[in-house]
Design a protein around this ligand. Structure first.
Ligand SMILES: CC(C)(COP(=O)(O)OP(=O)(O)OC[C@H]1O[C@@H](n2cnc3c(N)ncnc32)[C@H](O)[C@@H]1OP(=O)(O)O)[C@@H](O)C(=O)NCCC(=O)NCCS
Length: 131
């Protein structure tokens, strides 16, 4: 996957989740663990998808990801989401993660991916998304 922040001077989408990278989220290098970032992106996409689906959603697929730079402890992690498609029961969310450390002048893009959610009912069956 080829992603470059040189073409993206600022985030695409709406800010849906912002959090802080803590020591408990680090890998053995002392930088933030990629799995934590993926989980945070999944939560961010679900927040956006639930608003449109007006109810429960579940994650059905996650696109490829590349990590452009390490995330240091203490950085503010911001997840931006743009919903690119709403199907009968599915929603496609384009997610970007940007980070800003207080020592930096501006925030920097770390990764992006596409996550598809499906609207489900109380027993986990797909349900149509009403417009
Ligand atoms: C999500 C789930 C309910 C879908 O069930 P299903 O029988 O595949 O449902 P359907 O075939 O009717 O597909 C429903 C929608 O999902 C889409 N979809 C299904 N598999 C997909 C995939 N791999 N990628 C993208 N979209 C997919 C379909 O295109 C369809 O979209 P539409 O209604 O907008 O046209 C079922 O697969 C499931 O429960 N998966 C586990 C989800 C989960 O637990 N996620 C958490 C991570 S463990």
């Amino acid at each position: 996957m080829d992603i470059s922040d040189e073409q993206d001077p600022c985030p695409t989408g709406e800010l849906v989740l912002q959090t802080l990278a803590l020591p408990k989220d680090t890998n053995s290098n002392g930088d933030v663990f990629g799995g934590w970032l993926m989980s945070t992106m999944d939560l961010a996409g679900a927040i956006a998808a639930r608003e449109v689906a007006k109810g429960r959603v579940t994650t059905v697929s996650v696109g490829a990801m590349a990590f452009l730079r390490p995330v240091p402890v203490g950085a503010t992690v911001s997840c931006y989401c743009e919903i690119s498609n709403v199907g009968r029961s599915s929603l496609t969310c384009n997610l970007e993660v940007w980070v800003k450390h207080y020592k930096w002048e501006s925030q920097q893009k770390v990764t992006e991916t596409e996550i598809v959610y499906v609207a489900i009912d109380d027993v986990g069956r797909t349900r149509p998304i009403s417009s």
